[in-house]
Design a protein around this ligand. Structure first.
Ligand code: CP
Length: 322
């Protein structure tokens, strides 16, 4: 085929990557959330393994690559593809040649000859970007050290399921300004909500993420006082104090610094009476959040978990134009 290098397959006309919330048009994000909600409603009461009526991924093969551990992402993508009539290959990065010197670009070209869609969980976001650049099939971000967009799409779906539109609401993140926070920051712009970070200065969100959000007009602020920050919140969110990319040797120091930002009943009492509590899981109970909150009436943590399935099904359909 003239004009194409080796391994350069033509990209499908309707294919779209899902690499981050801020690189996806807001109207598309809204359509994904709406489709996720509709698909969830359409299969209420069915066994988990029952196929969707329209089987939109029939005949499609999806590669799920994990360079980091996962429970929710692995299972929800795998089940989601099967419900839509497709098939999956679950691949561990360390068992692939990718983990033994083969380039990301060549891996992307190779996989594009076998599968219709690639989901990758990796460390450095440049791996994700390189995969997307060289793949001739859509690529989905299943978490990097910098972002976790699929999680936040599920979280938006979850909030709206319980409380209606998230637009104009106050969301407070307590603890470590990590990759999941970054995706909330991206979502605050796309879905138009206020975002307050409360945590110690050592664990502030990255400056460039905050600067970009502020330049884009996002109502984002930092308040060191957790009780004051949470005042009037519609949603309180936290995450583990030691993420997968943090050194385990820093665990005790991080815990000591972050302890005042634990989400407990006393802190939740400062939020609106109907405020929701979210945690993307896995959690370290009694550390970043107490079981009293996690298992209490404000908590929607397992709805978030379930909605990973529905949101990602809608994301895959979006990517494949199905
Ligand atoms: N929340 C989340 O991404 O969970 P896993 O690490 O288990 O996939």
């Amino acid at each position: 085929m003239p004009g194409r290098g080796p391994g350069q397959m033509e990209k499908t006309k309707d294919m779209k990557h899902f690499l981050d919330i801020h690189t996806t048009p807001a109207a598309d994000l809204r359509a994904i959330i709406d489709q996720a909600a509709a698909m969830k409603a359409a299969r209420q009461g069915r066994p988990r393994g029952a196929p969707d009526d329209d089987a939109p991924l029939a005949g499609h093969m999806v590669a799920l690559i994990f360079e980091k551990p996962s429970t929710r992402t692995r299972v929800s993508f795998d089940v989601g593809v099967r419900q839509m009539g497709g098939q999956t290959l679950v691949l561990s990065g360390k068992d692939m040649q990718l983990g033994h010197g083969e380039t990301i670009a060549d891996t992307a070209r190779v996989l594009s000859r076998y599968v219709d869609l690639i989901m990758i969980r990796t460390f450095d976001e440049t791996v994700l970007q390189e995969m997307a650049e060289h793949a001739s099939v859509p690529v989905i971000n299943g978490l990097t050290d910098r972002s976790h967009p699929c999680q936040i799409m599920a979280d938006i779906q979850t909030f709206e399921e319980h409380r209606g539109t998230i637009s104009g609401k106050k969301v407070v993140w307590s603890g470590d300004g990590n990759n999941v926070f970054n995706s909330f920051l991206h979502a605050a712009q796309a879905f138009d909500f206020e975002l307050v970070f409360t945590g110690p200065a050592q664990f502030d969100p990255e400056d460039d993420y905050m600067a970009r959000a502020r330049a884009a007009g996002v109502a984002v602020s930092i308040d060191r006082d957790p009780a004051r920050a949470v005042s009037g919140a519609d949603l309180v969110v936290t995450d583990t104090w030691v993420s997968m990319h943090d050194a385990q040797s820093s665990r005790e120091r991080r815990h000591n610094i972050l302890r005042p930002y634990q989400v407990n009943a006393e802190l939740m009492a400062h939020a609106k009476p109907d405020a929701l509590f979210m945690h993307c899981l896995p959690a370290h109970r009694e550390e970043e959040a107490t079981s009293e909150v996690m298992d209490g009436p404000s908590s929607v943590i397992f709805d978030e978990t379930e909605n990973r399935l529905h949101a990602q099904k809608a994301i895959m359909r979006y990517c494949l134009g199905r």
